[in-house]
Design a protein around this ligand. Structure first.
Ligand code: NDP
Length: 333
C-alpha cells in the first residue's frame, strides 16, 4: 500500500512537508478481515483538528503513523464469508491506496446508485447526515422558517439548504466565498438568496438577504458569521452549531461574536452537535435523503482531485474553498 503519514503538526495552514507518502507491504487478511483497494478517499475539515495533536472529540492523528478518514473501496481479498470479493464498502481507512480492515468496521454500499461511490463520502455519507441531523433534529427546523446556512456551497451546507427548501422553509439564505458559488446556490440548488461573504460585511449582507430576520442558523463557519446571525436572529431562533472553519487554521484565538448578550434578550437556542452522537438517526437519514438524491430533488456536486499523491493538496484546497460540493480524491478506478 501507499499511505499518508502525518510527520509534523501543522502551524497555521498545513504544508506539504507535514505529510509523507510511505510505501509498505500489507499482511494477508486474517479471519474476519478484508483487503480493500480504495476507489475514493475523503478530505474533511475535522481532519485539521486531528492534525493539531490536541484531543477534541476524536483522538489526534499520531505522528509517523497512517492517517485515517472516510473511504470507499473494493474488496480484493476476503477472509469473511459474508463479504465476497468485489463488494464495494465504506470504511475509515482512508489516506491510502489499500488497507486490511476488519469486515465489522466496513459497510457495503449500493453501487447501483446513479451516482458513483463517492456519494457515500458526501450527500449520502457523514456530511449529508450532518446536514440532516443538524437542521431537522438540532435546530428543529419547521415549515415557514427562514433558514440561513454558511459554507453553503460545501458538502454539508449544500444539503442543508436543499433540505430546508424540501421541508417548506419560507426562505433559504446561504453564504459562500465567491461569486461563482453564489450563482451555484441560486441557479442550481434553489436558494432564495445568497451572498459572497468576501464581498462585504457579513452582517450587512445577511440583513439584506433576510430582511425579516432568520429563524434557523446552521453554522459551519463561526466568527463573523456567527455574530451576524445573532444580530439578524428573530426571537426564539435556533442555531445548529456544526463547525467553525474560519478558525481552524488560526494561530491566534479567532474572532469571537461580540453580541452574545443577544442570546439572552432574543431567547436564542444554540446547540453544538457531533453527527456521530446520534447513530440511531442513520436509518431515518437514508430513508429520507437517499431517494431525494437518487431522484435529483437533492442535487449533488463534487470536486474530484485525481491521484492519492495529491491528497494533501486536496485537503488544503478544501480548507481554502477550492471545492464546490464535496471534495474527494480518486485513488483508483
Ligand atoms: P466544505 O465542503 O464546506 O468545505 C469547507 C469550506 O469551508 C470551503 O469550501 C470554504 O468555502 C469554507 N471556508 C474555508 N474557510 C472559510 C472562512 N474563513 N470563512 C468562511 N468559509 C470558509 O466542508 P464540509 O461540508 O465537510 O464541512 C463544513 C463544516 O461542517 C465544517 O465546519 C466542518 O468542521 C463541519 N462539520 C461538522 C460535523 C459535526 O458533526 N459537527 C460533521 C461534518 C462537518 P468558501 O469558498 O465558501 O469559503
Amino acid at each position: 500500500t501507499r499511505e499518508f503519514h502525518l510527520v509534523a503538526r501543522p502551524q497555521g495552514e498545513p504544508a506539504p512537508t507535514d505529510f509523507a507518502l510511505v510505501e509498505r507491504t500489507l499482511p494477508d487478511p486474517e479471519p474476519g478481515e478484508l483487503l480493500i483497494r480504495n476507489l475514493v478517499i475523503s478530505v474533511d475539515p475535522y481532519m485539521r483538528g486531528k492534525m493539531s495533536g490536541v484531543r477534541t472529540y476524536t483522538d489526534p492523528y499520531e505522528l509517523n503513523a497512517p492517517m485515517d478518514g472516510g473511504a470507499v473501496g473494493v474488496v480484493e481479498a476476503s477472509a469473511d464469508p459474508d463479504v465476497p470479493v468485489g463488494t464495494t464498502v465504506l470504511h475509515n481507512a482512508g489516506w491510502r491506496s489499500h488497507a486490511v480492515v476488519p469486515a465489522a468496521h466496513t459497510r457495503p454500499v449500493n453501487t447501483r446508485e446513479p451516482l458513483g461511490p463517492s456519494v457515500y463520502l458526501g450527500a449520502l455519507g457523514m456530511p449529508g447526515q450532518t446536514a440532516y441531523v443538524g437542521l431537522l433534529h438540532k435546530a428543529e427546523m419547521r415549515r415557514d422558517d427562514t433558514v440561513f446556512v454558511s459554507g453553503a456551497a460545501g458538502a454539508v451546507g449544500g444539503v442543508v439548504g436543499q433540505l430546508a427548501r424540501l421541508h417548506g422553509a419560507r426562505r433559504v439564505v446561504g453564504s459562500a466565498g465567491s461569486p461563482e458559488k453564489v450563482a451555484y446556490l441560486l441557479d442550481e440548488l434553489g436558494f432564495d438568496a445568497a451572498f459572497d461573504y468576501r464581498a462585504g460585511p457579513v452582517r450587512k449582507q445577511l440583513a439584506e438577504a433576510a430582511p425579516e430576520g432568520i429563524d434557523v442558523y446552521f453554522d459551519n463557519v463561526g466568527g463573523e458569521h456567527l455574530e451576524a446571525a445573532i444580530a439578524c436572529a428573530n426571537d426564539f431562533a435556533r442555531f445548529a452549531v456544526c463547525g467553525a472553519i474560519s478558525g481552524y487554521n488560526a494561530t491566534e484565538p479567532p474572532y469571537a461574536p461580540r453580541n452574545l448578550f443577544q442570546i439572552v434578550t432574543k431567547r436564542l437556542t444554540l446547540r453544538g452537535f457531533i453527527v456521530g452522537d446520534d447513530p440511531q438517526l442513520t436509518g431515518d437519514f437514508y430513508r429520507d435523503v437517499a431517494p431525494a438524491v437518487a431522484e435529483g430533488r437533492i442535487r449533488v456536486r463534487e470536486t474530484v482531485v485525481e491521484g492519492l499523491e495529491n491528497a494533501p493538496e486536496a485537503f488544503v484546497s478544501m480548507l481554502r474553498g477550492g471545492n464546490v460540493g464535496k471534495m474527494v480524491v480518486r485513488v483508483s478506478h
